[in-house]
Design a binder for this molecule. Structure first.
Ligand SMILES: Cc1cc2nc3c(=O)[nH]c(=O)nc-3n(C[C@H](O)[C@H](O)[C@H](O)COP(=O)(O)OP(=O)(O)OC[C@H]3O[C@@H](n4cnc5c(N)ncnc54)[C@H](O)[C@@H]3O)c2cc1C
Length: 443
């Protein structure tokens, strides 16, 4: 008699440990692990995310090979491939970890239809808590982070799905840095954050395993766990507002007349290439393009600069970040862009504009971060490195820096730009319309 088998289709959960889809498929006997390399995803991902995905697939293949199982890797449209493999091996079910984006939901609906009588079993293995489980007393998703977090913390994590007690490799750095995290997490010149985002993006480590381990690490570990609640929150919001990367969640701000045309394109190019004349912004954008990662504090500063100083649509910045980021992910990226732009739920109030110079002096006091990424300014002292235009030209010349020659003069005056942006935002507020989340009473 032919033994039943099932498929575990791995997508952004590229691990064996603590993986509900993999466990679910194994429970059904003879699990066949499958990865589909989807051209649409690979073509739109920038070089760093593409590489990270392919490396994660290789690592998964090696983990499986160590247990004597071959990972089946196919390339093409998953609608045809998954149904084709299921028919070929006579699978009784396909197990997946569900995802929250509109694109993933549509893909899974199409695959499910193509599978016909073979069920597609969704599990939740990419987040700490599944969407729909963290609700207010009224049974809705809170659009304010703090109450969401409070409730999120009370939910049980459940037992790990396997007894592997070793610390998964990507967690090593997090364990090492947890103690210092509260003091150093905001300092881009210090390697003080966990560096877990790419491993979480592709599920090389389970978010629940991170929480379980970090809860043993005192205050630092708790601060890290709180960041994972933000990650969950943006994912839960995305499931209910799948156009989060296209539509302002506070729709009145979609009335903002963003800058467009030749000048805006030139300003966008200067921002994206790290030549705005604001060293902290330029350092961040260069770090992004050279490594595929940018420190969180600098992501906030450079995103704010694009939206609030250049008045360029946050959607343009969101797409650019998503292309280049190794951890680029619609919920976290669009959620944070909307937070910075002041257009999202529980966002920074629109009138809070990051000052790129004071932020730089506060969080990179000795200019260590700027020196790493903007080497032409490395000779400047710790005061002028944040705002070279404030230095006396002769001092700059002594350090070999000619403003407008070796390093750009600022492309915009921050104080003037801020005033103009606030005026425009205020005008947009007069155009209030419905709230796409439908939860504005939920404060
Ligand atoms: C404009 C902007 C865009 C961003 N785009 C992304 C993105 O595409 N993908 C992404 O994973 N993160 C994004 N973030 C959030 C954050 O910057 C990164 O998660 C973090 O810098 C990754 O480094 P880390 O793993 O060392 O973070 P740590 O500080 O060590 O945090 C631990 C984990 O918590 C989660 N986390 C931390 N901060 C946030 C946050 N603000 N929102 C959601 N999750 C968070 C991440 O999974 C992270 O790996 C963005 C932030 C901003 C301001």
């Amino acid at each position: 008699m032919m033994q039943t088998c099932s498929i575990a289709w791995f997508r952004r959960d590229l691990r064996l440990s603590d993986n509900p889809a993999w466990s679910g498929a194994q429970d059904a006997a003879n699990a066949v692990p499958l990865v589909v390399r989807e051209p649409r995803l690979l073509d739109t991902a920038g070089p760093f995310r593409r590489r990270a995905f392919l490396d994660a697939v290789d690592a998964l293949g090696e983990s499986l090979a160590a247990t004597g199982v071959d990972l089946r890797i196919e390339s093409g449209d998953p609608t045809e491939i998954v149904a084709g493999v299921a028919a070929e091996i006579g699978a009784s079910a396909v197990h997946v970890n569900a995802d929250v984006t509109r694109w993933a939901t549509r893909r899974d609906d199409a695959v499910s239809a193509a599978l016909g009588a073979v069920p597609l079993h969704p599990h939740w293995g990419t987040l700490v808590h599944a969407p729909g489980t963290v609700l207010t007393k009224k049974g809705t998703l809170s659009r304010v982070f703090t109450p969401f977090h409070k409730q999120w913390q009370t939910l049980p994590l459940g037992e790990p799905l396997d007894l592997d007690e070793s610390v998964p490799e990507p967690l090593g750095t997090a364990v090492e840095r947890a103690g210092g995290y509260p003091a150093t997490r905001d300092l881009p010149g210090v390697a003080g954050t966990t560096d877990l985002s790419t491993a979480l993006r592709f599920g090389m480590v389970s978010a629940r395993a991170v929480v379980r381990r970090m809860l043993d690490e005192g205050d630092g570990g708790e601060a890290i766990v709180r960041q994972l609640a933000w990650r969950d929150w943006y994912a839960h919001i995305t499931l209910g507002a799948p156009d989060i990367d296209r539509v302002a969640l506070r729709s009145e701000f979609d009335a903002i007349p963003w800058e467009t045309g030749k000048d805006a394109d030139a300003a966008f190019a200067a921002w994206s290439e790290g030549r705005t004349g604001y060293p902290i912004v330029d350092a961040g954008m260069r770090q992004l393009r050279e490594t595929g990662w940018m420190h969180n504090r600098v992501r906030m500063i450079s995103a704010s600069f694009l939206v609030k100083d250049l008045l360029i649509d946050w959607r343009r910045g969101e797409r650019f970040f998503r292309h280049w980021l190794r951890d680029g992910d619609i919920p976290s990226n669009a959620g944070n862009w909307q937070w910075v732009a002041g257009t999202g739920p529980d966002a920074a109030p629109y009138f809070r504009v990051f000052n790129p110079v004071t932020q730089s002096r506060r969080f990179d006091p000795y200019g260590a971060y700027i020196r790493s990424w903007v080497p032409e300014l490395a000779g400047l002292d710790s005061r002028s490195i944040h705002a070279p235009w404030e230095a006396v030209p002769v001092d700059l010349a002594k350090m070999g820096v000619g403003l407008g020659v070796d390093y750009p003069t600022p492309i915009v005056d921050h104080a003037l730009a801020r005033e103009e942006t606030l005026r425009i935002y205020k005008a947009a507020l007069q155009n209030r319309t419905a709230d796409p989340l439908g939860t504005s009473a939920e404060k």
